[in-house]
Design a protein around this ligand. Structure first.
Ligand SMILES: Cc1cc2nc3c(=O)[nH]c(=O)nc-3n(C[C@H](O)[C@H](O)[C@H](O)COP(=O)(O)OP(=O)(O)OC[C@H]3O[C@@H](n4cnc5c(N)ncnc54)[C@H](O)[C@@H]3O)c2cc1C
Length: 399
C-alpha cells in the first residue's frame, strides 16, 4: 500500500508571516514551497521596530492574540537558547506628550491583567538607567518589564533553516508571484517569469501587497497601509536595553548595539513620488536622531547608518485579516500590523487551519468575512504603488 502524498502548500512572501507559516506547515508534515519576490526579510519585516507587546487599549480579541503571540516567543526562546542574541525581553517604557495622558491606557492595561506598572521619573532612573528620566512626561510613564523586541531578519533566517530541515523548498528572486486561480480555486502560483507551480493550497503573505494582489482576483480587503521608514544608527555605547515609545520617537536596540528609530510624525513626512518612489527628508532623519539622543541617558551622539523605507502593512480597521479567503477555495491569507508580535502565533494557527481544514476559534474575530465583500473598493490603499525605496540624502535600501 502506498502512503498518501503530503499536502503541497505554496506560500507567497518570505517576510515573518509567510516564513513562520511555511515553517509551521513543514513541521506539521506538509510539502512546502515558499516563493518570494527578492530575498527573505526584504519587506516590512526587515525594517520594523518589532516591539513585542500587547499594550494599549485595543479589542479584547486583539489583546488576547498578542498575548499568545508573546507566549510563543517565550516558547521559542526556550527551544532556541541562542535566540537570546536577537530576541530579548528586557522591558519597554512608554510615555505621553505633555498635552495628553496615559493614565487611562494604564488603567485599561491593568484591568486586563497586563503587567504594566506606573513609574515616576525617579523610578524610571532607578529601573531603566539607559533612559534619560528628565525626558519622561511629568505625569510619569508606563513600564512593562515583560515586553521586549525581536530582530526579525534573524528570526526569519532561523525559521527558514527549520523549514528547510523539514523538507521545505525556498525559491528566492521569483519576481512578482501571483496566485493561480482557476474556476474559483487556487491551484498554485505563477512566478514572475510566467512559470506555473501547482499546489494543493496557497497562502498569500506578501505584506503591504496583499490588498492589491487580492483586488486583482476580485477580492476587496480594506487597506490603511502607509509608507513608513526607520533609521538604523551606528552602534551606541553604553548599550540600550529598554524599548522606548515616546511622543517623538520610538527606539529599540539591535543585537549589535545599533538602534532602530521611527515616529509617526516622521512617517508622515515621507514624500511619495508619482512613480511610487519614496523620499525621506533629511530633516526627518536628523530629527529622529536628535529626539532619540534626548530620551537616552547621557544624550549620546547618534549617527545614521542607513534609512529603510517601504510599506507598513495595516488593514483598514487596524486589526489582522487572517485565514481562508471565502471567495477562492484553497487560498489563505495573512495581512496585519503588529506582525512582529504576531509572527509566530499567526504562522502556527494558519498552518494548523490549512493542515486540518478546521478553522481556529482564536482567528474568528480576524476573518476577511467581517468586511462587507459587496462594498465597492473605495480605496486600494497605498499598497497599490510600487515598493520603491529612496532617501534624499543618505543611502537607503530596504533591509
Ligand atoms: C516602521 C515599522 C514599525 C513596526 N513596528 C512594529 C512593532 O513595534 N511591533 C510589531 O509587532 N510590529 C511592528 N511592525 C509591523 C511588522 O513589522 C509587520 O506587521 C510585519 O513585518 C509584516 O510581515 P509580513 O510577512 O506580512 O510582510 P513583509 O515583511 O513585508 O513580507 C512580505 C514579503 O513578500 C514579498 N513579496 C511582496 N510582493 C510579492 C509578490 N508579488 N511576489 C512574491 N513575493 C512578494 C516581499 O518581498 C516580502 O519579502 C512595524 C512595521 C514597520 C514597517
Amino acid at each position: 500500500m502506498t502512503s498518501p502524498q503530503p499536502l503541497h502548500v505554496a506560500v507567497i512572501g518570505a517576510g515573518i508571516l509567510g516564513t513562520s507559516t511555511a515553517a509551521h506547515l513543514a513541521r506539521g508534515g506538509a510539502r512546502v514551497t515558499l516563493v518570494t519576490q527578492g530575498k527573505p526579510a526584504d519587506g516590512a519585516s526587515g525594517r520594523s521596530i518589532a516591539w513585542l507587546n500587547s499594550s494599549g487599549a485595543r479589542s479584547a480579541e486583539y489583546r488576547y492574540l498578542r498575548l499568545i503571540g508573546l507566549d510563543r516567543y517565550r516558547t521559542w526562546r526556550e527551544r532556541h537558547p541562542e535566540s537570546s542574541a536577537y530576541l530579548r525581553f528586557d522591558g519597554a517604557l512608554k510615555w505621553a506628550g505633555e498635552d495628553e495622558s496615559f493614565r487611562d491606557t494604564f488603567a485599561y492595561e491593568r484591568a486586563g491583567g497586563y503587567d504594566s506598572v506606573w513609574l515616576d521619573r525617579e523610578q524610571v532612573a532607578a529601573l531603566t538607567p539607559d533612559v534619560n528620566a528628565e525626558a519622561v512626561a511629568s505625569e510619569g510613564a508606563i513600564y512593562n518589564r515583560g515586553e521586549g523586541w525581536v530582530n526579525l531578519p534573524d528570526l526569519i533566517a532561523a525559521l527558514l533553516a527549520e523549514a528547510v530541515a523539514d523538507g521545505a523548498e525556498v525559491i528566492e528572486d521569483a519576481g512578482d508571484v501571483r496566485v493561480d486561480v482557476q474556476d474559483g480555486t487556487a491551484v498554485g502560483v505563477i512566478l514572475g517569469n510566467g512559470a506555473r507551480l501547482a499546489a494543493d493550497r496557497v497562502v498569500l503573505a506578501t505584506g503591504g501587497h496583499v490588498p492589491a494582489q487580492l483586488a486583482a482576483l476580485g477580492v476587496h480587503v480594506p487597506d490603511a497601509t502607509p509608507a513608513a521608514f526607520v533609521v538604523v544608527t551606528e552602534p551606541v555605547e553604553p548599550r540600550v536595553r529598554t524599548v522606548l515609545n515616546t511622543p517623538r520617537v520610538a527606539v529599540r536596540p539591535m543585537p549589535d548595539g545599533r538602534l532602530v528609530l521611527d515616529a509617526d510624525w516622521a512617517e508622515k513626512s515621507i514624500v511619495v513620488g508619482e512613480d511610487g518612489a519614496l523620499t525621506v527628508p533629511e530633516a526627518s532623519v536628523r530629527g529622529l536622531l536628535e529626539e532619540a539622543s534626548r530620551v537616552l541617558a547621557g544624550n549620546p551622539t547618534l549617527v545614521a547608518e542607513r534609512v529603510a523605507a517601504g510599506l507598513k502593512p495595516i488593514p483598514g480597521d487596524g486589526e489582522p485579516v487572517v485565514g481562508s479567503v471565502p471567495a477562492i477555495a484553497g487560498l489563505s491569507m495573512l495581512f496585519t500590523h503588529s506582525g512582529a508580535t504576531l509572527g509566530l502565533i499567526l504562522g502556527e494557527l494558519v498552518a494548523e487551519e490549512v493542515l486540518t481544514g478546521r478553522p481556529s476559534p482564536v482567528l474568528d474575530a480576524f476573518r476577511l468575512s467581517r468586511f462587507d465583500q459587496d462594498a465597492a473598493p473605495a480605496e486600494v490603499g497605498t499598497g497599490a504603488w510600487a515598493p520603491v525605496t529612496a532617501a534624499a540624502d543618505i543611502s537607503s535600501a530596504p533591509s
